[in-house]
Design a binder for this molecule. Structure first.
Ligand code: XCC
Ligand code: SF4
Length: 671
């Protein structure tokens, strides 16, 4: 019998709890209550169901049982996992493809509202691929880069271009194992082919191709998406933002942008500042237009424009529940179909915009980059027209929001550590080598209503910070930390280990660095590569004392990210349930796939993927891994008592010193 959980089991976020109480008051369903009622299928969730053909679906629940075609459990699990990875890679990469076409259109001056905002990044990226830059206009360079990037998707042979940005040793490993991605579409298609009935039936062989497919995402489609977003909209640098449902304004027209691609949301930001639109909103009786974001769209416009984030994945319904949202504008990915039915209880308009995504009952205003600004204005006017339909008696906006400083692109991290004249990762490497920073954790990924919203993110993050682990974040995990004030300069530093605190105080950074959206996990790959190239932490990513965690994962994109991070050398820990867990009481080898993605991948790539439901165990293993990598590098054992004696007073004194002396005082001479 399904059991309804208490509100504090639904979420640790007081703003979310408040809205969930409101949902109960109004008798409205949310993903939380639906999760209570929808008991997950224990066969499917363990990866033991195959529906790859019309002879099935086959459910393999007994030891030794095989499908009608004879498929064994490990084959079925590997096929299911590979298909999920392919779907995740497809989602990220199709986003990347659209960005590449947008760059092409901007370069040819066919668009409305866009420009090349970061010419420096354009030149740096183009130069990596030997595209001539000297004496050429940004449009000419952008046109060539767009052509190169567009061609990566349909490329048939060789390797996708961004792969050459990985450490040399890593590239060799991929070549030797034959997993260098040839073309993004090719690898995804081949996964679908291989996992069709009667094709590849060797679990480990299937999983090798899953790796190749994931690499075409991480060192392909996603990296392309990040590059182009920076080129068109600016490379993020720290600025002030806010997060949580309290960013919704009672006296303004509230437009929430939700989804993933910055192409439309950036135009909505621009249109919202248009005097004509502001006047239109005022004429409607509102104080103006107030934009906010959900999911990765939130991250994209938060880190570039400082537009506040209303919340992460599990807050999309809760934003509507405030009764104060005139329009929720969505594009692609992580958009719950339930939004439309829920919005019908309020006045909120759900506006779909992507040619790829429609939801029955939603208003469709199709986005087209050729008329982007006009379309953005149309959308905003539609929202403003809807303001009069808001029922003030039904409005409940939680009084909860937190400031944050997002915008830590890899370029900015490089710059902030070394100063403008000698941008460098040296100080970060030195801090790890000395033990001031024990290691680095990337805590990323989704929310999942099967666990308590934000709890696992917050717990893992705060515990690792106490252990002097520097945390970088993207996606919905980043918004979780933002909401509890971990992304604010000095605030919260009393909760942070002594060595890490010294570094944060000196460099002037929060202990948790917001690095962007989920395609921006590629920024983390870049940082790790630059740390390798800086020297002192081995000659490949798998030697760095670092770990990746997705404590509340739910999307297939997360599985693709996991696989490309593992193949890049990272230890990746997922919370929640394993999609390939098999059955505990089976006596046959139902753990072939589980073993392969951990021990098998570790042998091949130095990284491994593990699903660990217990949060304390997650933290314990993350720290053990960091310490083991420290030991393998011959670094001093982590000792919390060694640092932090300097205290704030000494840090303040250091503050006034020139950068060179400050560095020498902190990292020792020669730093
Ligand atoms: Fe979606 Fe990117 Fe997951 Fe959040 S973290 S729930 S994928 S929005 Ni990527
Ligand atoms: Fe069953 Fe084999 Fe068809 Fe899968 S492919 S549904 S295991 S018969």
């Amino acid at each position: 019998m399904p059991k309804k959980r208490e509100l504090n089991e639904y979420s640790v976020d007081p703003a979310a709890q408040q809205m969930l109480a409101r949902a109960e008051e109004l008798g409205l369903e949310t993903a939380f209550s639906r999760a209570d009622k929808m008991v997950p299928c224990n066969i499917g969730s363990a990866g033991m169901c195959c529906k790859q053909c019309g002879m099935g679906p086959c459910r393999l629940t007994k030891s030794g049982e095989v499908g009608v075609c004879g498929a064994t459990l490990d084959t079925i699990q590997a096929r299911n996992l590979a298909r999920s990875i392919a779907a995740g890679a497809a989602a990220h990469s199709d986003h990347g493809r659209d960005m590449a076409f947008l760059l092409k259109a901007v370069a040819n001056e066919e668009t409305e509202g866009y420009s090349i905002r970061d010419v420096a990044k354009l030149r740096i990226v183009a130069a990596k691929y030997d595209i001539p830059i000297e004496g050429r206009s940004p449009q000419e360079i952008a046109n060539d880069l767009a052509d190169l990037y567009i061609s990566q998707f349909g490329q048939q042979r060789g390797e996708v271009a961004p792969v050459r940005r990985a450490p040399i040793k890593r590239q060799r490993i991929w070549q030797e194992r034959g997993v260098g991605p040839r073309g993004v579409d090719r690898e995804i298609v081949e996964t679908l082919h291989r996992t069709h009935i009667g094709d590849d039936q060797d679990a480990e062989h299937i999983l090798e191709h899953a790796v190749r497919t994931a690499l075409s995402d991480g060192w392909g489609g996603s990296m392309i998406a990040t590059d182009i977003s920076d080129i068109l909209f600016g490379t993020p640098a720290p600025l002030l933002g806010r997060a949580n449902l309290g960013v919704i304004r009672a006296n303004m027209v509230n437009v929430v942008v939700h989804g993933h691609e910055p192409s439309l949301s950036e135009m909505i930001v621009a249109a919202s500042q248009d005097p004509e639109i502001i006047a239109y909103a005022k004429a409607a009786g509102a104080a103006g237009v107030n934009l906010s974001g959900i999911c990765c769209t939130a991250n994209e416009i938060l880190m570039r424009q400082g537009i506040p984030a209303a919340g992460n994945f599990l807050q999309q319904e809760l934003a509507i529940m405030t009764g104060a949202v005139e329009a929720m504008v969505v594009d692609v990915q992580c958009i719950m179909q339930a939004l439309v039915g829920l919005a019908a209880n309020f006045h909120t308009q759900i506006i779909t915009t992507s040619p790829k995504v429609r939801i029955k009952g939603a208003t469709h205003i199709q986005f087209d980059e050729h008329h982007a600004l006009t379309i953005a204005r149309t959308i905003l006017k539609s929202a403003i027209d809807n303001y009069k339909n808001r029922d003030a008696a039904k409005t409940r906006i939680p009084d909860a929001q937190e400031d944050l400083i997002p915008g830590f692109s890899h370029e900015y991290i490089n710059y902030m550590l070394g100063g403008s004249y000698r941008a460098s990762f040296r100080p970060l490497n030195d801090a790890i080598m000395s033990g001031r920073i024990r290691g680095v954790a990337a805590i990323v990924g989704c929310n999942n209503p099967r666990s308590t919203h934000d709890y696992l993110h917050d717990k893992v993050t705060t515990e690792l910070l106490k252990q002097d682990v520097l945390v970088v974040q993207t996606g919905c995990g980043a918004i979780a930390s933002a909401k509890i004030g971990l992304m604010l300069g000095e605030a919260g530093l009393d909760q942070v280990g002594p060595g890490l605190r010294e570094i944060c105080e000196t460099v002037g950074i929060p202990p948790v660095l917001h690095m962007g959206s989920c395609v921006d996990n590629t920024r983390i790959l870049t940082v790790l590569t630059q740390m390798v190239e800086e020297g002192g932490l081995g000659d490949d990513i798998d030697q760095i004392p670092a770990v990746g965690l997705a404590p509340e994962w739910m999307s297939e994109k997360a599985l693709s990210i996991a696989a490309y991070c593992v193949a890049s050398g990272a230890y990746v820990i997922f919370g929640g349930s394993s999609p390939v867990s098999g059955m505990p009481d089976r006596v046959d080898d139902s753990d072939i796939v589980l073993k392969h993605i951990s021990a098998g991948w570790e042998k091949a790539y130095g990284g491994k993927l593990e699903f660990i439901p217990d949060v304390d165990e997650m933290i314990r293993r993350a720290l053990a891994h960091i310490d083991q990598k420290r030991a393998a590098l011959g670094l001093p054992e982590y000792d919390p008592a060694k640092f932090g004696a300097s205290g704030d007073g000494k840090m303040l004194a250091l503050e006034s010193l020139p950068i060179e002396q400050k560095r020498a005082a902190l990292y020792g001479a020669g730093a």
